[in-house]
Design a protein around this ligand. Structure first.
Ligand code: BTN
Length: 322
């Protein structure tokens, strides 16, 4: 029905089509027409509605296309296949199923919308249609299981560097371990889910969510004080394909450096981009609350926290206070 409404409005070269005509043509009530218009608006279509004249289609959402992405990624070799979906529960689930079916490293799953996007610590991830980048990348690194956290930090560095380029001059920093913030508000999150066999990584699904063109009314009210989008910060919409390409280019470079030379360089760059260091904080770890000042990463990727007595405690997993 949504498509029928769009077809009729698109054919309407003179401009408006009244709710009455739409309801007669489609054999539905005017309230039903209005509900479909609202649903389409949520998908990014923009209409002008006039009580007297009816509805007019002003603009369609910009859609991602595999061909455009492949062109933008032509100088890279990491991406082997792109699976683009209109709406999925979570790109993590799709990528995981593909990985189980032997999809190669470099399989990238992207969705215009996620109905059950998930974040770290069991949280929901707001993923409205056409407004952001919701994607999951299948990786098959030859690494022991405990190195997965280094990949999380590497992904954050790649994303931060990419966004700093495409969304200059925004000041984007990494909050430990891998949230990207602008002025203390989150614009992007990373969720790494790994599967291991005999203590070695079998595959890793790197899930990346970037709030690109969301507007204030795309967020639940309780998130507005802590979340923002590139569009809200820059005051203009951004091209999502450019951002995906910028990220993949950065990621591929860092992933190659990491596989050839280890974690050293990633660690240094992560520390340089971090907004979490040298500020007293509180960390909720699986074994209790830790209060101290993060001063850097150790060679394994753990956060080094200086405690009140001057000792250094490596933290592998925790939730950091804002
Ligand atoms: C976080 O900061 O809590 C991590 C958020 C990760 C969200 C992305 S969006 C694409 C992929 N699919 C999901 O369901 N989650 C990740």
């Amino acid at each position: 029905m949504d498509n029928r409404i769009l077809e009729l409005l698109e054919q309407q070269t003179e401009g408006y089509l009244s709710g009455e005509v739409l309801s007669k043509d489609l054999h539905i009530s005017r309230t039903a027409v209005w509900k479909h218009i609202k649903k389409l608006e949520a998908q990014g279509y923009k209409f002008e509605a006039s009580r007297r004249l009816g509805y007019r289609l002003i603009s369609k959402p910009s859609k991602l296309s595999i061909q455009e992405l492949m062109e933008k990624l032509s100088g890279t070799s990491l991406i082997k296949a792109i699976k683009l979906h209109e709406s999925v529960d979570s790109t993590q689930n799709i990528a995981q199923r593909l990985a189980e079916d032997d999809a190669p490293q470099g399989t990238l799953v992207i969705a215009e919308q996620q109905t059950s996007g998930r974040g770290r610590m069991g949280r929901k991830w707001v993923s409205p249609s056409g407004k952001g980048i919701w994607m999951s990348l299948v990786l098959r690194p030859r690494l022991p299981l405990q190195f997965a956290s280094q990949l999380t930090l590497l992904t954050a560095v790649a994303l931060c560097r990419a966004l700093k380029t495409v969304a200059a001059p925004l000041d984007i920093g990494i909050k430990w371990p891998n949230d990207l913030l602008i002025g203390g508000k989150k614009i992007s999150g990373i969720l790494l889910e790994s599967t291991a066999e005999d203590e070695r990584l079998k595959y890793v699904i790197a899930g990346i969510g970037i709030s690109v063109n969301l507007e204030a009314d795309d967020y639940p009210e309780e998130l507005l004080p802590i979340a923002t989008s590139l569009r809200m910060e820059l005051g203009r919409p951004l091209d999502r394909a450019d951002i995906i390409a910028a990220f993949i280019i950065e990621f591929e470079q860092l992933y190659n450096v990491y596989q050839n030379e280890g974690f050293g360089l990633i660690r240094t760059v992560w520390e340089a981009l971090s907004v979490s260091l040298f500020k007293p904080t509180q960390l909720k770890t699986p074994t209790g609350i830790v209060v101290g000042t993060p001063i850097g990463l150790d060679e394994s990727g753990a956060l080094l926290v200086k405690l009140e007595d001057g000792s250094l405690l490596p933290i592998f997993s925790a939730e950091m206070s804002p």
